[in-house]
Design a protein around this ligand. Structure first.
Ligand SMILES: Nc1ncnc2c1ncn2[C@@H]1O[C@H](COP(=O)(O)OP(=O)(O)O)[C@@H](O)[C@H]1O
Ligand SMILES: [Mg+2]
Length: 219
């Protein structure tokens, strides 16, 4: 894993709606330094999910560029972008999809196997315990609550040790105590691995845990 900063240089995004340009992300320049827990807030519709999609290279910025260290990701060809994603990116969504026939233990085992990091299995188990999931390791997703599934998805993403972790409202289904635990876990992960962690959240406890806070406003 290589540590680098993720930079937005005058990035904006807009869509054409009935021939009229609708701004979905107002122009933004920002450097997300490695080793820090970055939290992005702002009202619904201010472009938080669009921002994460641009950073994940799944949505192309209408203007500006995304840099990884000195490397211009925006200008890369599609296969090189896919390669960058595979090597560096971890994603956690608001509602995470788990494999229906696999329990949390098997999810971390799979994540460790895919990455060729057998030691990640124990790390994942420890993280599940730390997030209050110690007694849920053998339950299938159908028997887990939304908040429990979210925590499995977070731990699974961390097992890959991504250089960049993007999380879209990962604590939406959690109470304040568990949201604070997740925030602490993400911040510790950033610091220990010198990773860029960017988390969209409305949660007070998550914002309070931020090293850097970015508030988006509606265009
Ligand atoms: N593909 C799209 N086509 C049209 N409008 C979109 C599209 N994606 C997002 N938007 C609009 O862009 C704005 C920002 O959306 P989003 O990034 O989802 O905001 P947030 O995550 O902060 O709630 C919203 O007004 C939304 O309706
Ligand atoms: Mg959103």
């Amino acid at each position: 894993m290589t540590a680098a900063a993720l930079t937005l240089d005058q990035v904006s995004h807009s869509v054409a709606e009935a021939g009229i340009e609708k701004i979905t992300l107002a122009p933004l320049s920002r450097t997300f330094a490695p080793g820090k827990f970055h939290v992005v807030g702002g009202p619904s519709g201010s472009g938080k999910t669009t921002l994460l999609s641009v950073l994940a290279l799944t949505v192309r910025a209408s203007r500006g560029m995304v840099l990884w260290g000195q490397e211009n990701l925006t200008r890369m060809k599609q296969p090189a972008q896919a390669n960058w994603r595979r090597q560096n990116l971890g994603l956690v969504f608001q509602t995470s999809r788990l494999v229906g026939v696999m329990n949390p233990l098997e999810h971390v085992r799979m994540a460790a196997a895919i990455r060729g990091r057998p030691e990640a299995e124990q790390e994942g188990i420890d993280a599940l315990h730390a997030l209050g999931m110690g007694d849920r390791l053998g339950q299938l997703p159908a028997q887990l609550s939304g908040g429990e599934k979210q925590r499995v998805a977070i731990v699974q993403a961390l097992c890959a040790r991504p250089a960049v972790l993007l999380a879209d409202e990962p604590t939406a289904a959690l109470d304040q105590t568990n949201a604070a635990l997740v925030a602490h876990t993400l911040r510790t992960f950033a610091r220990q691995n010198n990773a860029v962690v960017i988390c969209v959240s409305h949660d007070r406890v998550v914002m309070d845990a931020a090293d850097e806070l970015l508030m988006l406003t509606k265009a």
